[in-house]
Design a protein. Structure first.
Length: 230
């Protein structure tokens, strides 16, 4: 993610040649899709672990408030940097809504279906992935409704991660987490190899890293441009 954003910043300030087309070039759009997919799969698996550990609503709300608050900061910051294409519903906005949906729906399914909840989550995830192709309509194209994902035209924005189809990825992450906790629990609870411990630290502070890396990268690029003009 950081390397992707660094390339974006270099391109934005005219330091990449030839100029790259991030919104349309498959070289970049596929990377973005993979990054967001990994985010939401991990978030879904994290929810599976939290539910298995009996996380209560107070702790959930504290963590959720951080995600939602950071989403608001992303909107404000992007409005300053990109007034015409500011982020009204990016990855953190989508994650905040999806976490609420998962928290409300998955525990009742587990209580009623037990292990049968996993195949149902897989089916629901597939439906979420397919629904935008079945139920899209022009009425959803405004900023007030494009968060649903049922748009007929992609919005002009720097980041867009609507609830549909991306909720499907998070549901699959929950299903994968529940399966691992049942059949391969040691994969999630085993010691971290020494070589990977720095990555584990970043993982524990993932939201902080997400919020800080772009201001630092942009600051570094601007500092370089200022130095080059001297």
């Amino acid at each position: 993610m950081a390397s992707f954003h660094f390339c974006f910043d270099l391109n934005h300030y005219g330091l990449l040649h030839p100029v790259q087309h991030f919104p349309s070039d498959p070289f970049w759009t596929v990377q973005r899709t993979c990054i967001v997919t990994l985010f939401l799969l991990c978030a879904g698996m994290g929810q599976a672990v939290a539910l298995q550990a009996g996380q209560g609503w107070p702790r959930f709300w504290r963590r959720w408030a951080r995600v939602a608050g950071c989403a608001a900061l992303v909107s404000i910051g992007s409005a300053v940097m990109f007034p015409e294409s500011w982020i009204s519903f990016g990855v953190l906005h989508g994650m905040a809504v999806m976490l609420l949906i998962v928290r409300v729906t998955v525990p009742p399914l587990r209580r009623r279906l037990g292990r049968g909840a996993v195949p149902l989550l897989i089916v629901l995830g597939l439906l979420a992935l397919r629904l935008p192709g079945w139920a899209q309509a022009p009425v959803f194209n405004t900023r007030w409704l494009n968060w649903t994902g049922l748009v007929t035209q992609l919005p002009y924005t720097e980041d867009y991660v609507p609830v549909l189809p991306w909720l499907g990825v998070m549901l699959w992450g929950v299903a994968a987490g529940l399966l691992l906790l049942t059949h391969r629990r040691h994969w999630l609870a085993g010691p971290v190899p020494a070589a990977l411990r720095p990555l584990a630290v970043l993982g524990r502070w993932s939201l902080s890293f997400y919020m800080l890396h772009q201001p630092l990268l942009i600051g570094a690029v601007l500092a370089w441009l200022a130095f080059a003009k001297m």
